[in-house]
Design a protein around this ligand. Structure first.
Ligand code: HEC
Length: 100
C-alpha cells in the first residue's frame, strides 16, 4: 500500500513537472502573446484547440505541424504566422496543448 502511494505521488509530481515545463516553453517561444489556456486573445484558447482536435489520433502531429508552418481558416479570420523558431519544441507544445 505504501509503495502504491509512493508510485502515485511520483507520477503526480512527474506530470505536474512536465506541464510546468511546457507552460515555460509557451512563454519562451512567445506563444503567450496570442494564446492563453482559457482566455481568448488573438489566437484561440488551448481549450478550444484541444476540443477541436479531440478524438483525432493524429492531433499531436497536426498541431505540431501547424505550430511550425502556421495555420489559417480553422478558427476565424486571423491566421497564425509560422513559428519556425519553436520547431524543436513543437511536439512537446502540441502534446501539452492537447491536455487542456
Ligand atoms: C501572432 C499571434 C500568434 C502567435 C505568436 C502564436 N499563435 Fe498560435 N494561433 C494564432 C491564431 C490567430 C490561430 C488560429 C489560426 C486559424 O484560424 O487556423 C492559432 C492557432 C494555433 C493552433 C491550432 C492549429 C490547428 O491546426 O488547429 C495551435 C496548436 C497554436 N496556434 C499553437 C501556438 C504555439 C505553440 C505558439 C508558440 C510557438 C503559437 N501558437 C504562437 C495566433 C498566434
Amino acid at each position: 500500500m505504501k509503495a502504491l502511494t509512493a508510485i502515485a505521488l511520483a507520477a503526480t509530481v512527474a506530470f505536474a513537472g512536465s506541464a510546468f515545463a511546457s507552460a515555460d516553453l509557451a512563454k519562451k517561444n512567445g506563444c503567450v502573446a496570442c494564446h492563453d489556456a482559457a482566455a481568448k486573445k488573438v489566437g484561440p484558447t488551448y481549450k478550444d484547440i484541444a476540443a477541436k482536435h479531440k478524438g483525432d489520433k493524429d492531433a499531436e502531429k497536426v498541431l505540431a505541424e501547424s505550430i511550425v508552418k502556421g495555420s489559417k481558416d480553422k478558427y476565424g479570420k486571423i491566421p497564425m504566422p509560422p513559428q519556425a523558431k519553436a520547431s524543436a519544441d513543437a511536439a512537446a507544445l502540441a502534446k501539452w496543448i492537447m491536455t487542456h
